[in-house]
Design a protein around this ligand. Structure first.
Ligand SMILES: N[C@@H](CCC(=O)N[C@@H](CS)C(=O)NCC(=O)O)C(=O)O
Length: 342
């Protein structure tokens, strides 16, 4: 059992066994009451992400929407892993300036000496001890929304409102199975039928969600919730990588008017698009997965300027942040540079 994504190591491993996502290996939770030994505390933990990774990008969006940037610092890895996995080669001297490590695996090793399993993002690391606390990508955002409330900014939205939890859970379960993970099952399928079922499942689920999004601006209720964050991080990658590289090509996102407008709306909402780096996304998928893209060539398109086109979704009503307010602009040191953005 390990925390690796058998789909993203990218070489001869692909093509041998059907794609199966491993469960997260380190599932301690950082909570208000500190019951796992990790209490919520400002400036204690560091969130390690790759901006290429859809699972890590959920946490990037939540952290922005909730205004946790000053309480939970951010480390961004090189989008290209080597055989030691995620690296801090974007930082001066290749060292994360806060943790003082070159590879995320060093935090896993600190947590569990001799650890030989997979190393995945998102990861939350305890800065004083240098130990990995959690790589549980399904729980991290829920805890940011519900356990880190004492550190939320004034005006932070409620991303997991009690009144809508059952509906959010139902929506995200289907989105996870068919869309978030479905694109990976299609992309790493080793047989025609496995691919066909996964690819068809992606579009079946998108078709199911479309009428809902024709009626209302957001997936659940009339505000942005966890459900929108989870659908967004897959849809924003769709035309750039899933349509071509993962062969989910019955349609492009930009050919599905409702979903395309929905995703552009979120992209243009502070906290969503300003976390996205298309350069990291494309280089990661096309260069790391040499099993399915042996040349490692990264395509030129799609044209990013379309992300900024009007979406008219405000005509459906809805209150993006509920009774709250939008997050403040991105910190200068976290801005996504060109050519990663429109
Ligand atoms: N922790 C989860 C989800 C997170 C995940 O898959 N992250 C990918 C990047 S998108 C990763 O870090 N994979 C390990 C690797 O590529 O070495 C898992 O292991 O399946």
């Amino acid at each position: 059992m390990n925390g690796s994504d058998s789909g993203t190591r990218g070489n001869s491993e692909y093509g041998r066994k059907p794609f199966k996502r491993s469960k997260s290996h380190f599932a301690d939770r950082i909570t208000a009451d500190g019951r796992d030994g990790w209490p919520v505390e400002a400036n204690r933990y560091r969130l390690v992400v790759s901006r290429a990774c859809p699972w890590a990008s959920r946490a990037l969006v939540s952290r922005r929407l909730l205004g946790l940037e000053d309480a939970l610092s951010l480390a961004v890895t090189d989008p290209i892993q080597d055989d030691r996995s995620w690296r801090f080669t974007l930082d001066p001297d290749g060292l994360d300036p806060v943790l003082g490590i070159r590879f995320l695996s060093e935090a896993y090793e600190k947590r569990e000496p001799g650890y030989s399993g997979g190393v995945s993002v998102p990861a939350v690391v305890d800065v004083p001890s240098g130990q990995l606390v959690t790589n549980d990508y399904q729980q991290i955002t829920l805890d940011l929304a519900t356990e880190w409330t004492a550190l939320h900014r004034p005006g932070a939205p409620d991303l997991y409102p009690h009144a809508h939890r059952d509906e959010i859970d139902e929506v995200i379960a289907g989105v996870y199975e068919d869309v978030n993970n479905g694109v990976y099952r299609a992309g790493f399928a080793i047989g025609q039928e496995e691919y066909r079922a996964a690819c068809a499942g992606v579009f079946r689920r998108l078709d199911l969600l479309t009428p809902r999004l024709e009626r209302q601006r957001y997936l659940v209720g009339d505000t942005i919730t966890e459900a929108d964050i989870r659908l967004f991080t897959t849809l924003v990658r769709f035309d750039a990588v899933y349509h071509g590289h993962f062969k989910c090509n019955l349609r492009k996102l930009s050919e599905i008017p409702t979903l395309w407008a929905y995703t552009r709306d979120l992209f243009q909402t502070p906290g969503f698009g300003d976390t996205v780096n298309f350069d990291h996304i494309k280089r990661h998928y096309y260069q790391v997965h040499v099993g399915i893209n042996p040349s490692g060539i990264v395509p030129l398109g799609p044209d990013l300027s379309e992300w900024l086109m009007p979406h008219h979704r405000q005509e459906l009503g809805g209150r993006p942040f509920g009774d709250g307010t939008p997050p403040k602009p991105v910190r200068a040191d976290e801005e996504v540079p060109l050519p990663g953005r429109p």
